[in-house]
Structure formats: structure tokens, C-alpha cells
Design a protein around this ligand. Structure first.
Ligand SMILES: NC(=O)CC[C@H](N)C(=O)O
Length: 295
């Protein structure tokens, strides 16, 4: 988990719970390594070399990377570097809200060679504004100008990983909390360069889900899937992240997209599950030993 408030354990509580719900459903013991995004930045190599080494060591050792939501520019460069690491090394990535926006910025800068690409949240005069303030908000009044609450996302393609995880639904309702969005005028340029916008709002102009089809699991959402995750009803995208991080994604996608029916697993011996119950078509089992996955 690469964030700004990693020292305060409650800051990302809903994310942590959502990771846990998904890990339980997939029989994996969750291990979260907290990586302060500032410590990944070049300046940290000079100012706090021990913290820099530690942060990069944790990031490179992770089976999956999650960049949660956030506001303001402190630590943003570190989050961009984390997204780049995940993208280039085929490490499963889930970017939520700001975590999606910085993945878009990273793609523009590294792949499309648009070095000036930025969000106008961090640089209001950005030459290549790939994330912009939503037109209907007020720049001067921060109160009550956020796009908040449950909104509908329509899948644009049905063979993408996120649509399969949501059981091939035509649309999903998830909760929002943001002021900025992907610049709709740059979307076709991004798509030509290989970044897919697989979920959009009803107008088709507001980007809700990004995916890199060639990557093991590289997904970003403008919405916050963690807010709808519950024990026994894990968020589909968190299931996807945990499954991809523990080598189970193909199997999970076959099940969630209805390609195969849910098999019941039989395991005998000392590592046999203590409890077995069925949730959402997933066989959920709890192991005494528990193979761990690191996020
Ligand atoms: N919740 C978030 O991550 C917000 C992202 C970004 N700061 C925005 O306002 O759009």
C-alpha cells in the first residue's frame, strides 16, 4: 500500500477492510506493507537514504500494489513511481481515485512521452493537462463541489477483466469522492497508445475504469470500490487484485464471468481448511497455515 498517511493506521481503514474481505474469500493471509510514497522519491535518496532503501525494498518485494485515493501534491511523485514499477514489471496494480489519476499521468509521461503531462490539481498551468478539474465544480469553493456518492459506470467492453469480475454486468453503481477527472479530450490519444477506458459514466465523457489489457492486472477506478465491500461480500475489484497477486486470477475470472460453475474444493491432510462456506459463488476456506500475499 503506497500512500501519504501510512503512519496513521486508521487513514486507509476501508481499504484495509476491503483487502481483508477479498483475502478471506480467496483463502489467502493478507500481509500489508505500508510504503510512504514520499520515501520512494529521488529527493529521499539524498535526504533520507535509509527510508528510501526500505521503501523500494518493500515495493519491489510486493506481490501486488495498491495506490489509494488522496488529495494535494505531497508524495504524488512517489505514487507515480509505484504505478510505473507495477506497470513495467507486470505486478498487479489497483489504483483508486487518485491512484487511477496518477496511473494515467504515468502512462502519458512514460509511454506516450508527454513529459509535461500532469493533473491541474498539482499544476494548474500544466502544459499537457491529462487530469482536469471537473467543469461543473467551482475552483474557488471547495465545499460541496465534489462529485460524491453512488454513480453509475457502464462497461464499454465485456471481455475486460473488470467487467468479468463484476459478473459481466452492463453497469455497476459505486461510490465517488473527487473533484478532478481524466481529460476527455485526451482519451482517444490514450486509447491509441494502449490504455483502455473500459468503464465510463452515462455520457461516455467521464472515465471511470482504466485497464491495461496486456498486463496481468492493471486496473484503476475513479470510484471507491472499498466503500461497498462487506465481510462475505467482497468488492469484485479487490478480489481481482488479491487473486492476481496470488496466481488465481484466471480461475477467478472463469468463475465470475460464468465460464465455469463454482467447484467445491477438497483438500485433505494437515493443511486442510478448518471451515468451509460458500459466498458469491466462491468457495471460501480458512487455512491453519495460510499462504501469505503481500500488498
Ligand atoms: N478521493 C480522491 O482520491 C480524490 C482524487 C483527486 N484529489 C480529486 O479530487 O479528484
Amino acid at each position: 500500500m503506497v500512500g501519504k498517511y501510512t503512519g496513521i493506521s486508521d487513514s486507509y481503514l476501508s481499504i484495509l477492510k476491503a483487502l481483508l474481505h477479498a483475502s478471506v474469500a480467496l483463502d489467502r493471509k493478507l500481509v500489508v506493507d505500508w510504503v510512504p510514497s514520499c520515501d520512494l522519491e529521488d529527493s529521499a535518496a539524498v535526504e533520507t537514504p535509509d527510508a528510501y532503501e526500505k521503501a523500494w525494498g518493500l515495493l519491489k518485494g510486493a506481490n501486488g500494489v495498491l495506490v489509494p485515493g488522496g488529495f494535494g501534491d505531497r508524495g504524488v511523485q512517489g505514487k507515480i513511481l509505484a504505478a510505473k514499477h507495477a506497470r513495467e514489471n507486470n505486478v498487479p496494480y489497483l489504483g483508486i481515485c487518485l491512484g487511477m489519476q496518477i496511473a494515467v499521468i504515468e502512462y502519458a509521461r512514460s509511454v506516450m512521452k508527454l513529459r509535461d503531462a500532469n493533473s491541474t490539481e498539482f499544476d494548474p498551468a500544466a502544459k499537457t493537462p491529462c487530469v482536469i478539474f471537473m467543469p461543473e465544480g467551482s475552483k474557488t469553493h471547495m465545499g460541496a463541489t465534489m462529485r460524491l456518492g453512488s454513480r453509475r459506470t457502464f462497461f464499454q467492453v465485456n471481455n475486460c477483466k473488470s467487467a468479468k469480475l463484476y459478473a459481466n454486468a452492463n453497469y455497476v453503481d459505486e461510490r465517488h469522492r473527487h473533484r478532478y477527472e481524466v481529460n476527455p479530450d485526451m482519451v482517444s490519444e490514450f486509447e491509441k497508445a494502449g490504455l483502455s477506458f473500459v468503464g465510463r459514466d452515462e455520457s461516455g465523457r467521464r472515465m471511470e475504469i482504466i485497464e491495461l489489457p496486456t498486463h496481468k492486472f492493471f486496473v484503476g477506478t475513479q470510484f471507491h470500490p472499498e466503500f461497498n465491500s462487506r465481510p462475505g461480500k467482497p468488492s469484485p475489484l479487490f478480489l481481482g487484485l488479491i487473486a492476481a497477486s496470488s496466481g488465481q486470477l484466471e480461475h477467478l475470472l472463469q468463475r465470475t464471468s460464468g465460464a465455469v460453475s463454482s467447484p467445491t474444493r477438497c483438500i485433505a491432510g494437515p493443511g486442510a481448511p478448518k471451515t468451509k462456506l460458500r459466498m458469491n459463488g466462491l468457495v471460501s476456506t480458512y487455512f491453519a497455515n495460510g499462504s501469505s500475499i503481500h500488498i
